[in-house]
Design a protein around this ligand. Structure first.
Ligand code: ADP
Ligand code: MG
Length: 378
C-alpha cells in the first residue's frame, strides 16, 4: 500500500515569460501549498494555470523565481528523481496508445529500474486502488477503454511510484458529467487514504468547491485573486471578479458544505409500529394534528410513509408507501434537499444502525439558504 504522504510546495516570485510574448504568462507567483491537502488552481482559460503547474515538475522551466518541494530546491533535483516525487495526470489521460494498461501504469517504475515482478505487483495494486479489475484490464490498450476508464488508468499511472505530490491538470475535463462526478468521488476517497499533496487545475468552480481543501482563484498572468478554503471564498469573495466567478448560486453551493448535523432536526414526526392498532394510531394523529405518519419497525427503522387518511382497517402492515432516499447526519444539506425533492416530503434522517433520528423539512433548508444569502450580502 502507498504510504508516502504529502510534502509542502513553495513557489516564490515565480515568473514565466514565453519567448516572443510581450507579457509574462505567469507573473511573480508566490504561494505555499500545504502538505497532504488538495489545492485547486481555478480560473478562466488562458490565465496561466497549466504554466504555473508545469513549473512545479519542470516540464516548463521558470524564467525566474524559486520553487521548493519538501524544503528542497526543485531546480537542483535531478529530473528523474523529480518524476518519482511528482505524479502527473492530464486531460484525456495522456496514455501512450501503443502501450497496454500494464505498460502505461508501469512507465515511471520502469524509468526507475524497478524489478519486473515488483512493477507487476505495483500495477495490480494501483489498478485495484482506482477500482479496475487488474486481470480484466491489464492487457488492454487505451483505445479499448471508455473515457472514464482511461482517466482511472491515468491516475493509477500518476500514483505508481508513490509520489508525495500529485499534479492534475483538468484530469476529468474530457468525460461526461456522470462519469466526472464518479471520478471526483473516487479521488476524494483516495485522498482521504493517501493524503498526498495534490495540486489540481480546473476552470470549473463547482469542481473546485467539491474537491478542494484550499482554492486559489487565479486571474490573468496567474495573479492570485483569492486563496483560502472553499467555505471562506463562498462566504466572502474577495472582490467583484471572484464574486462573478463564484456565481449567483453561491448560497446554494454552500449547501454542499453544510451537513445535516449542522441544522436542527425535526423530531416531532408521528411514528407507529406495524403491530399497533390503526384506530389508536389514528386517534393519536388527530390529537396531535398530524397529517403524516412514519411507520417504523421494532428497531425504529423507517419503513413507510402514510397519510392520516390511510390509517384505517385492521392492520398497518400494508399501509403507506416505502421510504425511498434516506440521509444521515453526515450527509450534505444538498443531499437532504435532493431527498426532499425526490421523495416529495420530509427527508428521513437515520443513524448508524438505520434507526430514525429525525427528519429534515423543506422549510428548514429554505431558511438556511436565506440565512446564508443574508450573510453573503452583509
Ligand atoms: P491555462 O492553463 O490557464 O489555460 P496556460 O498556462 O496554458 O493557461 O497559458 C497561459 C498563457 O500563456 C496563454 O496566453 C497562452 O497562450 C500562453 N502560452 C501557453 N503555452 C505557451 C507556449 N508554449 N508558448 C507561448 N505562449 C504560451
Ligand atoms: Mg490549461
Amino acid at each position: 500500500m502507498a504510504d508516502t504522504t504529502g510534502v509542502e510546495i513553495q513557489l516564490e516570485d515565480v515568473t514565466k515569460r514565453y519567448s516572443g510574448q510581450r507579457e509574462p504568462a505567469v507573473d511573480g507567483f508566490t504561494m505555499t501549498i500545504k502538505p497532504g491537502e488538495t489545492t485547486i488552481f481555478v480560473g478562466p482559460s488562458g490565465c496561466g494555470k497549466t504554466t504555473t503547474m508545469r513549473m512545479i515538475n519542470r516540464l516548463i522551466e521558470p524564467t525566474s523565481g524559486r520553487i521548493a518541494i519538501g524544503g528542497e530546491d526543485a531546480l537542483s533535483i535531478d529530473p528523474d528523481e523529480l518524476r518519482r516525487r511528482i505524479g502527473y495526470s492530464i486531460q484525456q489521460a495522456g496514455l501512450f496508445p501503443h502501450l497496454t494498461v500494464e505498460q502505461n501504469v508501469g512507465v515511471v517504475p520502469g524509468l526507475l529500474r524497478w524489478e519486473k515482478t515488483r512493477i507487476r505487483d505495483r500495477v495490480t495494486e494501483m489498478l485495484e486502488l482506482v477500482g479496475m479489475d487488474p486481470e480484466q484490464f491489464r492487457d488492454r490498450f487505451p483505445r479499448q477503454l471508455s473515457g472514464g476508464q482511461q482517466q482511472r488508468v491515468g491516475v493509477a499511472r500518476a500514483l505508481a511510484a508513490d509520489p508525495p505530490v500529485l499534479l492534475m491538470d483538468e484530469p476529468f475535463g474530457a468525460v461526461d458529467p456522470i462519469t466526472r462526478g464518479n471520478l471526483q468521488d473516487e479521488l476524494m476517497r483516495l485522498q482521504t487514504e493517501l493524503r498526498k499533496t495534490i495540486v489540481f487545475v480546473t476552470h470549473d468552480f463547482d469542481e473546485a468547491v467539491k474537491l478542494g481543501d484550499q482554492i486559489a482563484v487565479l486571474g490573468e498572468r496567474s495573479r492570485i485573486l483569492q486563496y483560502g478554503t472553499p467555505e471562506s471564498i463562498l462566504a466572502n469573495p474577495a472582490d467583484d471578479t471572484v464574486a462573478g466567478f463564484v456565481g449567483a448560486g453561491a448560497s446554494l453551493k454552500q449547501l454542499t458544505l453544510l451537513r445535516v448535523r449542522d441544522i436542527e432536526l425535526n423530531t416531532d414526526t408521528a411514528t407507529a409500529t406495524e403491530d399497533e392498532s390503526p384506530a389508536e394510531v389514528r386517534k393519536r394523529l388527530d390529537d396531535a394534528g398530524a397529517t403524516f405518519l412514519l411507520i417504523v419497525d421494532a428497531q425504529r427503522r423507517p419503513l413507510r410513509w402514510a397519510h392520516a387518511r390511510q390509517v384505517t382497517g385492521i392492520s398497518l402492515a400494508s399501509v403507506g408507501t416505502p421510504v425511498g432516499d434516506k440521509v444521515s447526519t453526515q450527509s450534505t444539506l444538498q443531499d437532504a434537499l435532493e431527498a426532499i425533492l425526490t421523495e416529495g416530503g420530509d427527508a428521513v434522517v437515520t443513524g448508524t444502525r438505520g434507526e430514525l433520528v429525525g427528519t429534515v423539512q423543506l422549510e428548514t433548508v429554505v431558511a438556511k439558504i436565506r440565512e446564508l444569502r443574508e450573510e453573503h450580502n452583509a
